[in-house]
Design a protein around this ligand. Structure first.
Ligand code: ZN
Length: 515
């Protein structure tokens, strides 16, 4: 059985006093951040400030924004001196990742962070970005090597020096836990992360965090009429597919205020409409949506949010099989909608259809789903942005703003009803997709909207930025775990019902039936 690693690998300490020589000499490396165009006075309070100033000036004339050196103490503590990136959150997080690459080059165990000449908000923001990048860099994705190997980083602790007042890191650390968990699950080999082991892991997490946890297996899903999910699962060799439901109930209330849903396709061969080799190679990551839903839930629990949250993970493989579903099959989802199957590789929307329909029965105030759903979303946005879709068109600015502020950038797509004409079927209520797949990300979202009652505000995130070669923003790995930070930013400190109300500026009352 696979054990969880520590999802937040670093010990973080804060000191409100000026950094002493002894303190600095106890560190292997210290990152010093100064403003973008630092005046000479900014260096006065720093150890070896004059030399660092000169060094940085030299780098600046060559267009650089950071330099490395050593302090003249017993440890020869390494120094990375960096000028702040004052651009977007995405830019600042990217800067933090790059600063960390320099700072971790000699594999320090103890890292210090010191700022000079920054005002209080800038200092809090910058230190937060560096901590986020450090937690992401220090976290190890699954490895099954039998011999020890040279690691990228051996970092154990980060000391924040001379911070007054102390910096509020609760959310940054909760997001790091959620993101690391999501990346770890996504990187797991598909023979090790099966529906069975995933279920076991979720049960372990549920115990650790005192969450409710229920597995809805195929037999029960049959009774619930989840024919769309089961169509995908019927090609599996084992009968272990199902929906995993985790519940967080801080107030002991029954109904969820927020429901997070994730596509958990553990390996996607494409099914009967088989993918070619290269397209199939990394399809163990096709469960990233479920990992992001779970990671987001855990982050919210760590934040001790006062409202009820559910996570639904739709777990199955999509296999090439004699018993697999086929083009032109007609199946019926849990809300009674009949679906004409067109392409068996469009399985994500099938499993999500039933997850949305079943989760909606509890009438949550807000639903957010995550899925590595369509190639056309990648074609439209590249892997730097994820696509967002909502049944509350007025919410698009809120989504854009949350993406910009979190550094996990999203772009909204149209959800006009006339797109449904493209999914008209002669034999069923709806076609699963079109044959030519133009605008498939939009049509997939329109398809999914049929399984969410209009009364429930809903956001669908197509995770085109779930993977990005070389990392993205503060995340250094190809698998990005995109979505946790975005969601926590979107939710902010309000109740989901308040956000839901802001999403519907047309006055429609969320949670109540409307035409
Ligand atoms: Zn697929």
């Amino acid at each position: 059985m696979i054990e969880f690693p520590e999802f937040r690998p670093l010990k973080i300490s804060q000191s409100t006093r000026a950094a002493t020589d002894t303190q600095l000499a106890s560190l292997d490396h210290v990152v010093i951040v100064v403003p973008k165009d630092p005046p000479a006075s900014a260096f006065m309070s720093l150890p070896q400030g004059k030399q660092l100033h000169k060094l940085l000036e030299r780098v600046r004339t060559q267009g650089g924004n950071r330099a490395m050196s050593r302090l003249t103490n017993v440890r020869a503590t390494g120094v990375t001196i960096a000028m702040l990136d004052t651009g977007s959150a995405f830019g600042a997080l990217t800067w933090a990742r790059e600063v960390l690459v320099d700072a971790l080059r000699d594999r320090p165990r103890k890292l210090g962070v010191l700022t000079a000449g920054l005002d209080e908000p800038a200092r809090a923001r910058t230190v937060g970005h560096i901590v986020a990048a450090a937690e992401a860099a220090a976290f190890k994705l699954p490895s099954f090597k039998t011999e020890d190997y040279p690691r990228q980083a051996e970092l154990e602790s980060v000391a924040l020096l001379d911070v007054k007042p102390r910096i509020e890191l609760e959310r940054i650390l909760a997001e790091a836990t959620g993101n690391n968990l999501a990346r770890w699950l996504t990187a797991m080999p598909p023979n090790r992360l099966t529906a069975g082991t995933y279920r076991h892991m979720a049960e372990t997490l549920a115990k650790r965090y005192s969450l409710g946890c229920k597995f809805i297996g195929e037999h029960e899903l049959e009774k619930l009429g989840a024919g769309a999910f089961l169509a995908v699962a019927q090609g599996n060799a084992k009968r272990d597919a199902g929906m995993l439901r985790l519940c967080y109930r801080p107030r002991g209330s029954q109904k969820p205020d927020l429901t997070l849903i994730g596509k958990g396709v553990l390996f996607d061969t494409g099914g009967t409409n088989l993918k070619p080799f290269k397209g199939m190679l990394d399809m163990h990551t096709d469960m990233q949506g479920s990992a992001v839903a779970l990671g987001t839930l855990i982050a919210l629990v760590e934040m001790k949010v006062p409202y009820a949250v559910d996570a639904w993970l739709a777990l199955t493989e999509n296999r090439m099989s004699a018993t697999g579903y086929k083009s032109q099959d007609v199946v019926t989802a849990a809300n009674g909608t009949s679906i004409q199957v067109i392409h068996t590789d469009a399985e994500g929307r099938m499993v999500l259809a039933d997850a949305l329909a079943l989760a909606a029965r509890d009438e949550p105030r807000l639903i957010i789903d995550y899925a590595t759903l369509t190639g056309t979303c990648v074609s439209a946005l590249t892997q730097r942005y994820s696509g967002v879709f909502t049944n509350r068109q007025g919410a698009n600015q809120l989504l854009l703003d949350a993406g910009a502020a979190s550094g996990e950038r999203v772009w909204p797509f149209p959800m006009d009803e006339d797109f449904d004409q493209l999914l008209r079927s002669d034999v069923a209520d709806v076609r699963q997709c079109t044959v030519d797949s133009h605008g498939d990300h939009v049509l997939a979202a329109r398809f999914l909207s049929r399984f969410v009652p209009k009364s429930i505000p809903w956001v669908h995130v197509d995770l085109s930025a779930g993977e990005h070669k070389g990392g993205l923003a503060h995340i250094p790995t190809d698998i990005t775990g995109f979505g946790v930070r975005f969601t926590l930013e979107l939710l902010g400190s309000q109740e989901p019902a308040e956000l839901a109300a802001r999403m519907a500026p047309d006055g429609a009352t969320p949670g109540k039936a409307s035409p």
